[in-house]
Design a protein around this ligand. Sequence first.
Ligand code: ADP
Ligand code: ADP
Length: 225
Amino acid sequence: QADVVLAGVEKRYGNTIALRSMDLSIERGELFALLGPSGCGKSTTLRLIAGFEQPSAGRVFVRGNDVTRIPSSKRNFGIVFQGFALFPHMTVAQNVGFGLRMRKLQKSEMKQRVMSALELVGLDHLADRYPRQLSGGQQQRAALARAIVIEPDVLVLDEPMSALDKILRDRMQVEIRRIQQRLKMTTILVTHDQEEALGMADRVGVLNGGRIEQVGTPRSIYETP
Ligand code: ADP
Ligand code: ADP
């Protein structure tokens, strides 16, 4: 059962072809890594999947619906950006709750959902701190909690480790993967880091020049000469 389907998707910006007839199917609950160098079309693919932009040709479906026809209020994406983008003037709990503000929840339910997201990432004891009072790894956990508190249909991780040093990066890869599997959340990881993609993903799509060159399990990608 595919959660995200791209069918013959093409994206042009003026004379630039950012994506060329892309066909891709991402299964429910899998972690799919989009791997490729800068400029290969990773961000464009994400923007199309999130419905921020329209394809020049082809169609994008999320849970069977054409994303261009899903009203923005019904689009349910959790996104962890590179650099985390936490609001500096809000506490950790307020940052995580921010994603829920449109949901018109009771205050008590909101609080409970924020706390259980923070527990999941091991940050419940730091709920009242401000981002600058957190380490890099803790900030990343807070950003992850903010993305998953809405129980997204699709979780997008956009170069999520790029702000972390190597040791922390390795640790967070394992931790994020564990949380993703526990929640069985359909997840798209965008990265230029081959080790990260092959180490974390169920399947990897190798993008180059706006084209998917290869799709497969990490093992099958390793074994390709
Ligand atoms: P990546 O995320 O892999 O670095 P992008 O999706 O950002 O790649 O870009 C793919 C190609 O499309 C690049 O050649 C880039 O310059 C071009 N591109 C992306 N967005 C725009 C835009 N808004 N206007 C013009 N060209 C763009
Ligand atoms: P890049 O990630 O290549 O730096 P930009 O920052 O130029 O791309 O993003 C251009 C637009 O796409 C912005 O309006 C931003 O809100 C949106 N955007 C950036 N990253 C993502 C993402 N991971 N998913 C969805 N939209 C994104």
